[in-house]
Ligand binder design. Structure first.
Ligand code: ZN
Length: 112
């Protein structure tokens, strides 16, 4: 698919944008290879938040879109490392919402 090819191309040549710049500067790399967000964390969902002039974005979703490509419609990002403040795209797996709820039955109220 065209979509997949463009995602691969992005991997090889990640865009150096203002957003990725500030992501790198708020990143703590752990022994497990997680990219932990050192900025603001939403206390309700436990995800790192990235603030722009107009929006509060989930850091892991933004990082994925910046570094990999658009998240397919209707899919959510699952942290394979179980570390919710991690935004390493290699630890993020796009899966369906219902699969995500199966993986985390205790947090089925999450919207993302
Ligand atoms: Zn991780």
């Amino acid at each position: 698919m065209v979509e997949e090819l463009s995602s691969l191309a992005r991997w090889e040549c990640p865009p150096v944008s203002k957003r990725t710049f500030s992501l790198e500067h708020r990143r703590r790399v752990t022994d497990a290879g997680c990219w932990e967000w050192t900025g603001y964390v939403n206390p309700h969902v436990g995800y790192g938040m990235y603030r722009t002039e107009t929006h509060n974005l989930y850091v892991h979703r933004m990082a994925y879109e910046e570094l990999v490509g658009p998240i397919p419609e209707g899919l959510v990002l699952h942290h394979t490392c179980e570390n919710r403040i991690c935004f390493n795209p290699a630890h993020l797996e796009p899966i369906t919402r219902s699969d995500h709820i199966k993986k985390h039955p205790e947090v089925s109220r999450w919207t993302d």
